[in-house]
Design a protein around this ligand. Sequence first.
Ligand SMILES: [Zn+2]
Length: 414
Amino acid sequence: VTTGAPVVDGPRLWHSLQELAAVGATRAGGVSRVALTPEDVAGRALVGRWLRDLGGLHHRDEVGNDFWRFGPPDGQPIMIGSHLDTQPNGGAFDGALGVLAGVEVMRTLADHDLPLEVPLELVNWTDEEGARFGMSCIGSSVYAGDLSLEDAYSLTDADGVSFGEALRQAGLAPAAAYPHPAPALYVEVHIEQARVLERQGRPLGLVTGIQSVRWLNARLSGAQTHAGTTPLDERRDAMLAAARVIDLVDSVARASGPEARGAACRLHASPNTGSVIADRVDLLIDLRHPTEAVVAEMHSRLQDEAARIAAAVGVRCTIDPLWTQPALTFDRRAVEALDRALRKLGLTAPRMVSRAGHDAGYVSLVAPSAMLFVRCRAGISHAPDEHAEPDDVELAANALLQLVLDQAGPPPRS
Ligand SMILES: [Zn+2]
């Protein structure tokens, strides 16, 4: 560790995390700042106040993403940030940590009077959690051009309120787009939301990519008959076929290596009533793996074997894709930049693939991006128990500070 190098104020960052967690605090000890609710607006206002006090210039784009710009007014920025929205009764760290680590970096630069040579933007992406409009990472996917503004505006919540209307109701609708170049580099600090780091006894992880996700709909079509009068051998029971397909999904995932994931997550049965053999079942199947080819392989195995298993009980099975997110590899230079910052602090971090989707995945479509994972207790997330240790949080913020100094700070003094 270099002597005299600026370091973040860990207790100050911890205090800010607590202060933000009080916005939308629930009786159960969690945090509810669901996107575009009054709590989300209040959270943005609190963080906005802190950043304005530090001299940040605020811009909001058409999808409600907040950008606070520091340093030179023009030029391609370095971007850091995450999201301030939470799941209903979620935790104090998911998303908040990435934004507030950025706030702490800016506070530390101000403490030490360190000017930025390159513009820096701190971002809060709108609705990362997808808790309200049926789709996650809405703000970052519009920003990256993966989702059109029109399609985003027409998403609706359970009460039929559109995203566009909710944005207006929240007072977040801007007059115009915020014209700015894509950043030279985007770095997001985030809790891991899994137990890999905890098991390895490591505080930080260097994320090299995000695993592939494929959602399939398996439709089992049989015959609707009386559950009491129809002999077992004369049935075409879609529910029985569904049960065997659910088990098959698990077997296929287990046979595809320790990194594979597979589950039937949702079931709709028809007519779904007593005394009646189901004639139709729709299963939502979720398959994941860091390697695209393995997901494709799991998909085709399911396709073949499910049809065979269903046919054995007289049921037809068709499997159709619903939604896919291809496996994503972060830009090597971005990952190396983060790794260099860590090594300057005398730290090493294991490289890992994210099991969950993140805003950085979308930003990576338009700018070199990387993520730093922070160990979280028992891997718990999206729950009041979500917790990261103050020391780990401080370490991550120092790594982010070092990255910002490397990329945008003044030339090192000799
Ligand atoms: Zn998150």
